[in-house]
Design a protein around this ligand. Sequence first.
Ligand code: GUN
Length: 299
Amino acid sequence: MTAQRLDGRKLAKKIEHELAPKVAALASEIGRPPRLVVVLVGDVAASASYVKSKAAAAKRVGITADVFSIPESTTTAELVSTVEAIGRDEHGPADGILVQLPLPDHVDARAVLDAVPPDRDVDGFHAVNAGLLSQGRPHFIPCTAAGVQRMLLDAGVETRGKHAVIVGRSDIVGKPLALLLASRGPGGDATVSVCHSHTSNLKEVTQQADILIAAVGIPQLITADMVKPGAVVVDVGINRVLDGDTSRLVGDVDYDPVSTIAEAISPVPGGVGPLTVAMLLENTFSAAKERQNLSQTAE
Ligand code: GUN
């Protein structure tokens, strides 16, 4: 059996195609394009590259994206005050605000993320948005978690009553995804297990998964013997590994052997990554739309 390839690039393109006319209509209503402000701290090559992809995708659908590059040496207090100023529109209208992670170790990331006004928090990382999601009344959903759920929905993967095993318990992916898959309704109603570095006998748990999601950041951790035949496997990992003199990207799943036993599998690159960006565009559009609706109500 060769698994169906869950093509995130193709789906992201479709999402962009559907979003662009809505963005154009909103832009003519507001009198300017929706705008996303990205805060990028330091010079981590991977972060700079992700931010570049996000800005390029925003441009493709008609969203303005401006990147604020801040030196690595910044303090928590400085960063909080910059984000607060952006949130007060002191640097132009900011419909969506995103602080690219990771931040340098000396910065209190929580304090910075909580400085983003929740109604512009297009990453869904603010405590208010995390709380709303946990209560089953989501507002902005973290983009990677939303992207994985969208991928499953688009591929017609039934989640109701299935055992979904998530490897990784991060605030960015594992936790929000567990909430989404266990939530009521389409793309939810699954029985969810969350595994992490203290899970004893990981293989025993992953072998029970109807839907296995790897989001742990360990190259090719998930090998074929850990996967139940016929499972749907989603790989969230993006790991750069050395290959002789060059480097290449690999996921958290050992793709080739696993693809011979899985029913469907997402590749790296070209799987979840493009959907993370597409969900960011949708969230930014929603933030701008909500803001426009609010300003009309106030008139
Ligand atoms: N770093 C890795 N993934 C993400 C993400 O989804 N959003 C932000 N802001 N930073 C990240």
